[in-house]
Design a protein around this ligand. Structure first.
Ligand code: BGC
Length: 755
């Protein structure tokens, strides 16, 4: 006991916790011992020289001079080995301690080989694919000198008004956690010192997707029980997978913005989760705490450091005020040293102290970026992300010898294929739908007419066109454009209409209060249907849309998100049946905006709505159903699947035991295809109100036409657990119901007892 106390006392006086003491890296400690206060503070400063996307009002100034003065720990928004070399030379040759820079970037869904938007990729429910796309993104980005990625974005989003729902995996914590881990693995690989792996950043901790009203950057107020059970799991999963860094969110939590929130950044992240990487702010989010009402730059910077933030993105509050705060006793030198240590440790993980130029190899871009292999994966990934929402009269798949009228503002367009947050991609390299159709079906007769503008609203166009012409308003009148499209339609066997949102109608700072297809395009769709020709809608969007009208029309609808650089080829592969769509929605599609927030794992009320007819004093709307338009997990195939013989291996289990559920799946239709078998669990009685059901397992299964397979999913002990009122992670004895099926409305059911 005495010995232990002595050890604790030594740690205490040296300012170390036992955990940290075990992890010290001699090379980093030697360096720290040589560093002045100013040099340490310099490492906490992350700048962007303005080459990337400035997502705030501020762009860094005098970057070269600051690097040379030892005032910069990393840069982002710079790419290419040549540019990186210049910057790294400043750091390595012109500073006293020659500490190399980190080079960050937002590589959100592919680098130059742009994959579908993350919400689309998630709809593949294919973890191997998610990991592969992240791996390719890392190979390409590192070839351009980038060694730190600001991805994955894992914010749970249950409000499609929020434009950034496009950037994440959707509404579900179980699926979101699996995706978070697959992406971290893909970026970081097994060895971070390899020249084609990079640091991943899980973002934005925390709860960013729950901003009030779906308005970006807005306030969040949420109970701890909801946080722990529904919103925090994907961030924690990334930490468990060894993610190297974490980015804070813009919103406040319990009244304190994430970048200054000690409970979040220290109690939860460090103490409860054992995170040992570094925490970076979001773009000027430290400074933004001034606008949040927490004080001046010095006060908010001290607040952030005290909370546990290590690196300050763009705002330079750490750089300009921490020394003064130290002199005034508002922060300690140990805190500055600790933040600096974490950043140096990240540089060490990458092997930068042994070779600052490890990621700078001018021979790599030509062979590693946008090569055929990567483009093929982008094509496959896009096809796998598509969700067949409806197939009226089996219009799809199309024969390859038809006369096709290809209409709609997104059908011969490059500017909207990549989707939001693809700043490293080049829209000019993307394949328009028209080109894809022609190349996959050379014997078809394909004629194109725009038919309508994405929107006729020039004010909207101005807001959306910040990164390029996403909404282009034609010089011709809407009537003239419509007539051209209808003439084509009348002279065709089938109409394919590519409609939906422009790229920048979703994404950051792109919240909408009306989630319908813009009126200009609705008119086009109605008129096309009125021709009586078979119509297939190819729907693009970065979010769930409200499409009750279109869904009720006699049309087929293929949801393709924003498909990425191989857009046209992938859409053609699916329209012509070379690939049978198997994507499933990962966010609920509402009937209307008034239903939001809406998600499948809602709780029951004490007065559940009656299903048959409206009843007063039950939990209903007067003017809309409770049920969404399309449920979580929904998606059709060109073939059909039949579920039968659901069974469970045990009727009762004890704590710590697993249980396996088995179902027989048969492909009863006319095509080979894949099905995502989904398992939902309902904890019937527990100490806090349970959700009606929660996803706890899934398997993507390929079945040839006529083939049957038995599919088993095992529930592990942790799958039965939840955070109770004391925030303990427990499973409570009682009955559990298990539902298996094709979407979150699955009705096949078995149950078991946890003793
Ligand atoms: C976004 C982050 C992004 C950062 C740097 C911010 O506006 O919220 O997701 O990583 O900019 O580009």
């Amino acid at each position: 006991m005495r010995k232990f106390n002595l050890f604790v006392a030594v740690l205490f006086f040296t300012g170390l916790s036992s955990l940290q003491a075990q992890e010290r890296i001699p090379q980093v400690e030697e360096l720290l011992a040589k560093m002045t206060l100013e040099e340490k503070i310099g490492q906490l400063n992350l700048l962007t020289p303005g080459g990337g996307v400035a997502t705030g009002a501020v762009v860094s100034q005098n970057v070269e001079a600051k690097i040379k003065a030892g005032q910069v720990g990393g840069l982002f928004g710079v790419a290419s080995p040549e540019k990186m070399k210049v910057a790294q030379d400043f750091a390595v040759n012109d500073t006293r301690l020659k500490i190399p820079l980190l080079f960050g970037s937002d590589v959100i869904h592919g680098y130059k080989t742009t994959f579908p938007i993350p919400l689309g990729l998630a709809a593949s429910w294919d973890m191997a694919l998610m990991e592969k796309t992240a791996r390719i993104a890392a190979i390409e980005a590192t070839a351009d000198g980038i060694n730190w990625n600001f991805s994955p974005m894992v914010d749970i989003a249950r409000d499609p008004r929020w434009g950034r729902i496009a950037e994440g995996a959707g509404e579900d914590p179980y699926l979101g956690s699996a995706i978070a881990q697959a992406m971290v693995k893909g970026y970081q690989g097994t060895d971070l010192t390899l020249a084609n792996t990079m640091l991943a950043t899980v973002k934005h901790i925390a709860l960013y997707g729950a901003s009030e009203g779906g308005r970006d950057y807005n306030s969040v107020d949420m109970s701890k029980v909801k946080m722990y059970n529904e919103y925090l799991p994907p961030y924690k999963a990334a930490v468990d997978a060894g993610v190297a860094s974490i980015m804070t969110s813009f919103n406040d939590i319990d009244g304190v913005p994430a970048s200054g929130n000690k409970w979040l950044l220290t109690d939860l992240l460090r103490e409860q989760w054992g995170f040992d990487g570094f925490v970076v702010s979001d773009y000027t989010s430290v400074n933004e705490m001034i606008a949040h009402g927490l004080g001046d730059l010095q006060a908010v910077s001290a607040l952030a450091l005290n909370a546990g933030l290590d690196m300050d993105m763009v705002g330079e509050g750490f750089l300009t005020t921490l020394k003064k705060s130290l002199e005034e006793g508002k922060v300690t030198e140990d805190q500055i040293t600790q933040a600096c240590r974490r950043i140096l440790e990240a540089k060490h993980k990458l092997g930068l102290f042994n070779d600052p130029y490890r990621y700078i190899d001018a021979s790599r871009p030509a062979k590693d970026i946008l090569n055929d292999e990567h483009r093929n994966v982008a094509r496959e990934a896009a096809a796998r992300s598509f969700v067949l929402l409806k197939n009226h009269n089996n219009i799809l798949p199309l024969k390859k010898n038809l006369k096709i009228a290809l209409v709609g503002p997104l059908s011969n367009n490059k500017n909207n294929m990549l989707g939001t947050w693809a700043p490293t991609g080049n829209p000019d390299l993307s394949v328009p739908i028209l080109d894809g159709l022609k190349s996959v079906a050379p014997k078809a007769t394909i004629k194109y007419a725009k038919g309508a503008n994405i929107s006729n609203d020039s004010e909207l166009a101005k807001k959306v066109n910040v990164f390029g012409p996403r909404i282009e308003i034609d010089e011709r009148s809407p009537e003239e454009m419509l007539k051209e499209a209808l003439d084509l339609a009348n002279d065709s066997d089938v109409v394919v209409a590519v409609v939906g949102e422009a790229t920048e109608m979703s994404g950051e700072a792109a919240s909408r209060t009306d989630l319908s297809i813009p009126e200009s395009q609705k008119k086009l769709i109605r008129a096309l249907v009125a021709t009586g020709k078979p119509v297939a809608l190819v729907l693009m969007s970065g979010r769930p849309l409200t499409i009750p009208e279109e869904l009720a029309l006699p049309v087929s609808i293929l949801q393709v998100w924003h498909p990425g650089v191989e857009a046209g080829n992938a859409v053609a592969d699916v329209l012509f049946g070379d690939y049978n769509p198997a994507g499933k929605l990962t966010a609920t599609w509402p009937v209307n905006v008034g239903q939001i927030p809406i998600y499948y794992s809602m709780k029951n009320t004490g007065r559940p709505a009656t299903t048959e007819s409206f009843q007063k004093f039950q939990s209903n709307y007067l003017d809309a159903p409770n049920a969404p338009l399309l449920p979580f997990g929904y998606g059709l195939s060109y073939t059909q699947f039949e579920y039968s013989d659901l069974s469970i291996d045990k009727a009762g289990i004890g704590q710590g035991e697993s249980v396996t559920i088995t179902v027989s799946l048969k492909n009863t239709g006319n095509y080979d295809g894949e099905e995502v078998v989904q398992l939902y669990l309902r904890d019937v009685v527990r100490s806090i109100t349970p959700p009606m059901r929660e996803l706890k397992g899934f398997k993507k299964v390929f079945l040839k036409q006529g083939e049957s397979k038995s599919v088993s999913i095992t529930l592990a002990p942790d799958d039965l657990k939840f955070y109770n009122s004391q925030l303990d992670f427990v499973s409570e004895p009682g009955e559990f119901e298990v539902y298996i099926g094709t979407d979150s409305n699955a009705t096949e059911k078995v149950s078991f007892i946890l003793n």
